[in-house]
Design a protein around this ligand. Structure first.
Ligand code: A3P
Length: 288
């Protein structure tokens, strides 16, 4: 599905009527203490979602709901989120210009996740590869890179560059400190410190041992296991999403897997595009 220059993820509400869902999200009634989690696909959304939920609950307890369900663009009906108790964490891959207007006017909190785009590209490839019924045949990694990730015509959510530049611009204008950006790489290398920063941003006072417990429960292995055992998977059967997609959320969880996928030529091509696209940007990406 294409909408507003973006190739969209295959969520049923977007397949049915993308325009309506986008507009419904933009005009959503928001509460002062809502927290929006915004990230380009495969940047670590589920991981940070789980951490943020635990911080808000002040308890290291997995949420039972399958998280896809809580994506504003994926949930069957926006009433799901309308009926949630406060504080509501809300997940979305929508670009900044489509976020709920009221949330922005409220100065509501936004947690933004940023990940090295080379690793994002690899992660999307593996995600798309297992679900040919919704993504089509993506071919091998080189083909995917050329015909999908770097192809302006079919860029997922309008492409990483545009998505992140738009966000950066908003962040620069944000005088109220409403936007908080977490780097996937920092969270991986220094989870205690980053989780503490997140809790501070959310104005939640947690003891050091609570932070440590949250970090432990949200480690890659434990989250992967919880995903298989704790989550209510039945909702997915109704959602129509292929189970291969759902079962492939926790793949590798490493920094730098791009080095196992990019050829030298692809890497050079990417770096050239990156330099050109990000020439006016201060976004700091750790490629190593
Ligand atoms: P990989 O495909 O590189 O393994 P999203 O949640 O936005 O769809 O992002 C998925 C990516 O985040 C996957 O990357 C997944 O493995 C990784 N991920 C999920 N949980 C993680 C964790 N606890 N630690 C590190 N990476 C994690």
């Amino acid at each position: 599905v294409m909408f507003d220059g973006m190739a969209l993820p295959p969520f049923p509400p977007l397949i049915n009527n993308a325009k309506k869902r986008f507009e419904d999200i933009r005009s959503l009634d928001c509460r002062q203490d809502d927290v929006l989690l915004v990230a380009y696909p495969k940047s670590g959304t589920h991981w940070i979602w789980e951490i943020v939920c635990m911080i808000l609950k002040q308890k290291a307890e997995y949420s039972k709901e399958p998280k896809e369900f809580l994506f504003l663009e994926a949930m069957p009906d926006l009433d799901v989120v309308r009926n949630l108790p406060s504080p509501r964490p809300m997940n979305t891959h929508l670009p900044y210009r489509w976020l709920p207007t009221q949330h922005i006017e409220n100065g509501g909190k936004i947690v933004h996740v940023l990940r090295n785009p080379k690793d994002v590209c690899v992660s999307i490839f593996h995600h798309a590869k297992v679900a040919p019924t919704v993504h089509g045949d993506v071919g091998d990694f080189q083909t995917f890179f050329k015909t999908r990730f770097m192809n302006p015509k079919v860029k997922l959510m309008g492409g990483w560059f545009k998505y992140e530049k738009e966000f950066e611009e908003a962040e620069k204008k944000d005088k109220r400190g409403a936007i908080f950006t977490v780097h996937y790489e920092n969270l991986k290398k220094n989870p205690i410190h980053e989780t503490r920063r997140l809790a501070d941003f959310l104005n939640i006072d947690l003891r050091q041992e609570d932070i440590a417990e949250i970090v432990d429960k949200c480690s890659f292995q434990k989250l992967k296991q919880a995903d298989e055992t704790v989550k209510d998977q039945s909702v997915f059967k109704e959602s129509g999403l292929p189970t291969t997609l759902i079962n492939n959320l926790y793949r590798k969880g490493e920094i730098g897997d791009w080095k196992n996928h990019f050829t030298v030529a692809m890497n050079e091509q990417f770096d050239t595009v990156f330099k050109e696209e990000m020439r006016d940007s201060d976004i700091d990406i750790q490629f190593e």
